[in-house]
Design a protein around this ligand. Structure first.
Ligand SMILES: CCCCC/C=C\C/C=C\C=C\CC(=O)SCCNC(=O)CCNC(=O)[C@H](O)C(C)(C)COP(=O)(O)OP(=O)(O)OC[C@H]1O[C@@H](n2cnc3c(N)ncnc32)[C@H](O)[C@@H]1OP(=O)(O)O
Length: 282
């Protein structure tokens, strides 16, 4: 998979305007800045960018599109002014449909493999809260810029669920092992300020525009680096985690299906959904 992506890494001329590359789907848009050649992938699923089957499929398709059109980099962000992504749409996992839940988890695996394994430089402009699956997406990127007063982290244990190994290794690729282990066990959500202090995010910006500009600046640091050498270096550094999921994706799917169908897990998800609803009516 990575090899064919690498074939796309040839330099190209740049123009000076920005163009909408894809509106084929309604849940993501891809805008390429023709001056920098950087693509911005925006998630757009109100109210909270909950990662359901359709959004995951659109994200995957957009990443493939960006890989295919020789963009110089990918910036992931959200159209919601206060939420990057609320993580997996809990309705996909609560009282699930047998066929759909398989497609859902497979789509999540596809997104992670494509984003974590992307041959182009990736950055997340985290313009809002980013729990669980939102944090997975952000930490799959190479660089993170976050707006103040939001939260980010893998809170799965607080929901009574267990993050799969690849969520954990992505988290661990950003945070020191001891800190990652403690945060995962605690289901800790970090404020922007705490996330910056521990290195979970790289920079703080005061607006979405500034966050995107800082992400573009990061991607710009590769301008004078040979793209093939950069991509092969990234590929080697990330190969172990990618191979592990590629080799075990069927078992990973079966584990998830078994786990999510446990009565205790279903009960916990139901209670959690109720608590979210109650919060909304307060
Ligand atoms: C060893 C074996 C291992 C095998 C693996 C097994 C299992 C692993 C399984 C799963 C891994 C899951 C990872 C996840 O991503 S789970 C999702 C975790 N997400 C959260 O906990 C976030 C919950 N949401 C919030 O904290 C807030 O909503 C948020 C801060 C994002 C926004 O707050 P705000 O106040 O602006 O908005 P709300 O009023 O709370 O929400 C609006 C609306 O949206 C609904 N909603 C929020 N989040 C979700 C969600 N994740 N899924 C579905 N729906 C969500 C919320 O209920 C409100 O709805 P309504 O009341 O307007 O109808």
């Amino acid at each position: 998979m990575m090899r064919s992506k690498l074939m796309n890494l040839v330099p190209r001329a740049v123009a000076t305007t920005s163009r909408q590359m894809s509106t084929a789907t309604k849940l993501t848009t891809v805008q390429v800045d023709d001056k920098t050649g950087i693509a911005t992938l925006t998630m757009n699923r109100p109210p909270v960018n909950g990662l359901n089957l359709e959004l995951l499929r659109d994200i995957h398709q957009s990443i493939e599109e960006i890989e295919g059109n020789k963009s110089r980099g990918l910036i992931l962000t959200s159209s919601n002014p206060t939420i990057f992504s609320a993580g997996l749409d809990i309705f996909e996992m609560y009282k699930p449909d047998k066929e759909r839940i398989r497609a859902f988890w497979t789509a999540l695996q596809d997104v992670w493999l494509a984003l974590y394994g992307s041959s182009v430089p990736t950055a997340a402009a985290i313009n809002g809260h980013s729990p669980a699956g939102g944090c997975l997406l952000a930490t799959s990127c190479e660089y993170r810029v976050m707006l103040p007063k939001y939260t980010i982290g893998l809170n799965e244990t607080k929901l009574g669920i267990v993050a799969p190994k690849w969520f954990m290794s992505t988290f661990e690729s950003v945070l020191p092992r001891r800190l990652a282990e403690r945060a995962l066990n605690q289901g800790r959500m970090f404020t922007t300020e705490e996330a910056l202090a521990v290195g979970l995010v790289d920079e703080v910006a005061n607006s979405k525009e500034e966050a995107i500009a800082k992400c573009a600046q990061f991607i710009g640091t590769f301008a004078k680096v040979n793209p093939l050498a950069r991509a092969l270096t990234k590929q080697q550094l990330r190969a172990e985690e990618l191979k592990q999921l590629e080799d075990e994706r069927v078992q990973d799917l079966e584990k998830f299906i078994f786990f999510v169908n446990q009565p205790a897990v279903q009960k916990g998800l139901g209670i959690y959904l109720e608590s979210l609803k109650k919060k909304a009516t307060k």
